[in-house]
Design a protein around this ligand. Structure first.
Ligand SMILES: Nc1ncnc2c1ncn2[C@@H]1O[C@H](COP(=O)(O)OP(=O)(O)O)[C@@H](O)[C@H]1O
Ligand SMILES: [Mg+2]
Length: 336
C-alpha cells in the first residue's frame, strides 16, 4: 500500500527467496563462485552453511540460474523426509518414471539416468536444503548416492545446505566417510553495516525506487544493529518501517520510524494483529476510504482506535500534521 508513495513498482522487501533481488555481498559472491566452480568441476559433495535468513536458499536459486541449460537439478527442501522420501523427490524432479516398488529398483533407475546424462556430457545436481535437520543415518544413505561414478567422474554432484549446526552434524563419527568426501565448504556470514546499506539499496533499486536513499544513514545503522546483519530481518524491519513511514507521510525513513517498526516487531503477541489494524487504518485514510461503508469503517476504526490508542497518542504528540489528520479523521469516523 506504500508502493505509490515511495514510487515503487513492487514490494522491495518480500520474504521470498527471489534471486532477482539478490545483493551480492563479498561472501555471497564468493560462495556462489565456489558453488558454480564445484558443479562445473563435478565435485562430489559441497557444503554451504549460514545462520537462518542469511540467504542460503536465495543463493541456491541464483546458482540454478547460473548453470547452463543442460544441467539437471533436483531441489529437495523437505528435510523431515527419510531417505526413501528424498529418493522419491529426486526421481520426481528428474522426471524419472514412477511406479517402481523397491528401493533398489529406484536406485537402478537413477543410476541409468545419471549414466545416460554423463554419456551426453550433461551435469546432474542434487541440492539438499535445510540439511541440518537430516538425521545422520539419512545423510549416510545420501553419501551412498555419491558412489555413482565412472572411473573419471562423479555422476551426481550433491550440495548440502543448512544452518551452522550442519557442520557439527557432519562431525559425527558415523559420518566420517561423508566428511572425507566433502570437496568444498563455504559459509555466508551476516552482513556488515555497509553491506546492509547496499542490501537495502539493491532491493529498492530492483523494486523501481526513484530514490535509493529512502533510509537515512542513522536508520540503516539501527536496522543493522537490530537485525545483526541478517538479511531476512533487515527486510522485515525495512518493510514495517516503510509502512510506518507512509502512515507518517515521511519521504525519508529515519531512526525513530525504524524504532517504531522494531517496537511492533518485538511485541510478538500482538504485533501481527496490531499491524494489520495499522494497515487497515492507513488504507482507509489514504487509499479509498470512500469505497468503504461508514458502518464498517466505524466498527473497524473504533477497534483500531482502542488497540492503537498508545500509537495514535505518540504520533499525535509529534504534531505531525499528516498524523494529526489521520488521528482526527479516525476519531471523526469512529464517533459519527
Ligand atoms: N544476498 C541477498 N540478497 C537479497 N535478498 C536476500 C539475500 N540474502 C537473503 N535475502 C532475503 O532474505 C530472506 C531470507 O533468505 P533465505 O535465502 O530464505 O535465507 P536462508 O535460506 O539462509 O534461511 C529472503 O527474503 C531473501 O530474499
Ligand atoms: Mg533456506
Amino acid at each position: 500500500m506504500y508502493l505509490s508513495f515511495y514510487g515503487l513498482k513492487e514490494k522491495p522487501f518480500n520474504a521470498t527467496p527471489d534471486p532477482r533481488f539478490i545483493y551480492m555481498s563479498p561472501a555471497h559472491r564468493e560462495a556462489l563462485a565456489q558453488l558454480v566452480y564445484a558443479t562445473r568441476e563435478r565435485k562430489g559433495f559441497s557444503v554451504l552453511t549460514g545462520r537462518i535468513g542469511t540467504g542460503k536458499t536465495t543463493l541456491l536459486h541464483a546458482l540454478r540460474q547460473r548453470l547452463d541449460g543442460q544441467t539437471a537439478v533436483a531441489f529437495v527442501v523437505n528435510s523431515s523426509l527419510d531417505f526413501d522420501g528424498i529418493l522419491e523427490c529426486i526421481l520426481d524432479d528428474f522426471g524419472i518414471a514412477k511406479g517402481m516398488e523397491s528401493r533398489s529398483q529406484r536406485l537402478l533407475a537413477l543410476k541409468s539416468f545419471l549414466l545416460e546424462r554423463e554419456r551426453m556430457g550433461q551435469a546432474t545436481i542434487l541440492m539438499l536444503d535445510e540439511a541440518h535437520n537430516l538425521d545422520p543415518q539419512t545423510l549416510e544413505q545420501i553419501r551412498l548416492l555419491s558412489n555413482f561414478e565412472t572411473p573419471n567422474t562423479k555422476l551426481l554432484q550433491i550440495v548440502l545446505v543448512g544452518q551452522p549446526e550442519l557442520r557439527a552434524v557432519l562431525q559425527s563419527p558415523t559420518l566420517q566417510q561423508l566428511k572425507q568426501r566433502i570437496e568444498l565448504r563455504c559459509q555466508i556470514p551476516p552482513l556488515a553495516r555497509d553491506e546492509a546499506r547496499e542490501y537495502i539499496r539493491t532491493r529498492l533499486r530492483v523494486a523501481g525506487a526513484p530514490d535509493l536513499g529512502v533510509f537515512t544513514d542513522a536508520a540503516v545503522e539501527r536496522i543493522t544493529e537490530y537485525s545483526e546483519g541478517i538479511p531476512r530481518l533487515i527486510s522485515l524491519v525495512c518493510d514495517h518501517s516503510l509502512l510506518f513511514g507512509y502512515a507518517d507521510q515521511k519521504r525519508r525513513i529515519d531512526r525513530p520510524t525504524v524504532n517504531q517498526a522494531i517496537d511492533y516487531l518485538e511485541d510478538d503477541a500482538t504485533a501481527p494483529r496490531r499491524l494489520g489494524r495499522v494497515r487497515d487504518a492507513i488504507a482507509r485514510r489514504f487509499g479509498g476510504a470512500g469505497r468503504w461503508s461508514v458502518a464498517v469503517a466505524r466498527v473497524a476504526l473504533w477497534s483500531v482506535a482502542v488497540a492503537l490508542s498508545g500509537l495514535v497518542a505518540a504520533l499525535a504528540l509529534r504534531l505531525d500534521t499528516g498524523v494529526l489528520a489521520l488521528a482526527q479523521s479516525m476519531h471523526h469516523l469512529a464517533t459519527r
